[in-house]
Design a protein around this ligand. Sequence first.
Ligand code: SAH
Length: 462
Amino acid sequence: MSYQKNDILTVTIEDMGHDGEGIGKIEGYTLFVKDTVIGDEAEVKIMKAKKTYAYARLVRIVKPSPHRVKPVCPVARPCGGCQLQMLDYQEQLRFKENKIRNNLQRIGGFSNIPMEPIAGMEYPFRYRNKAQFPVGKDRDGRLITGFYAGRTHQIMENRNCFLGVEENETILNLILSWMEECRVTAYDETTGKGLVRHVLIRYGFTSGEYMVCLVVNGKQVPEKEKLIEKLCTVPGMTSISISINQEQTNVIMGNTVRTLWGQSYITDSIGEVKYQISPLSFYQVNPRQTKKLYELALEYAGLTGEETVWDLYCGIGTISLFLAKKAKKVYGVEIVPDAIRDAKQNAALNGIKNAEFFVGKAEEILPEYYEDYAKEHPGENAHADVIVVDPPRKGCEESLLETMVQMQPERIVYVSCDSATLARDLKVLCGKGYELVRVRGVDQFPMTCHVECVVLMSRVTK
Ligand code: SAH
């Protein structure tokens, strides 16, 4: 059965896609329908038809899903940030768990998957420790700040995003009042003129410390004392800086950061490990769930204190340092040199001496290490007890998986932000002597379609 443009159909939504669009099927023909959620029965009109699928527009909801809820945020629909606010949280969790299971079945070829219940949040809002607000002007020339509307660069005014901390609004109000009083201009993307481009706010959930960094199209800001005076009325204000970005680019942060007041960083802890975070450092945005994620990775790693562990794609070494407390030795590998600098600093800050870090591609560093080891120790091979990987969405290169297997770790812990590439990589590992032992989703990004997942693979002893 195939359909054409302008056909009107009634469909039940059974799944949701990457951008939160509802997905339904009629006799094997797939329909993608924006603004619908799992469980909706909807009348839809086809806008663009292909042989086996079509994009359709919602005409009306025939029968609303029992899981449909009113979004908490008034701009949830136009804003690009959240995709799932219309779906109740329990159903969001079910959706994410199913997504992991389906990918493992469909792409990985697994059956009887040992899934543990997904770890959700008790309160799935106000979880982000970082926010970046673009600053601009509306048609009347009034200063505005908020978020870009989905897939555009049009600023939608909103100082109170429900994913961020409440104090973001107070801080934005102070900055915009300073701009108004001191006649500081907002950057205009089309002309490349104007000063303030973005406001970056970070909050240390455990320390209560705030960082404000203004991204500016210039080398300094006028009347900075007034800005500092205003921002220092916020309890916990710790670091005020500017980031210089004079390029006409979509990249938010500039590479040079100047501290205007206070420290150049804030501090935060995950479990027992402390981290110093600068404006340019990468740091997980949901610290409460990150703690669960790392604890799970640690549990799956099954460390006793005797193990040699590799943490590949280690970022600023957050997982490495978490593991180092329970292992004999941890090696971290990461492609971004600045992140490795932070990792080393954080190791020192915590008095951790058994972690070593390498800059480079995991798929180059590990094979090189393996080959060099064999040269230096004739007749022996480099061995790891546990290997942890936490790659970006594209997953691991097959050559890396190959070297990992050669190192014969008892356990491989795979932390993934994309269960499709995860499933692909696990299938490779299973073909090389490993089996799937435990799988658990951790909801790092409630209200969005992102799914994080931790997997334990174990070596099948022969
Ligand atoms: N484990 C860290 C970071 C995970 S994000 C944490 O929890 O904070 C994935 C990291 O992989 C990023 O820091 C990215 O810079 C790094 N990366 C991307 N490609 C890489 C590659 N080929 N080799 C090593 N690291 C890479």
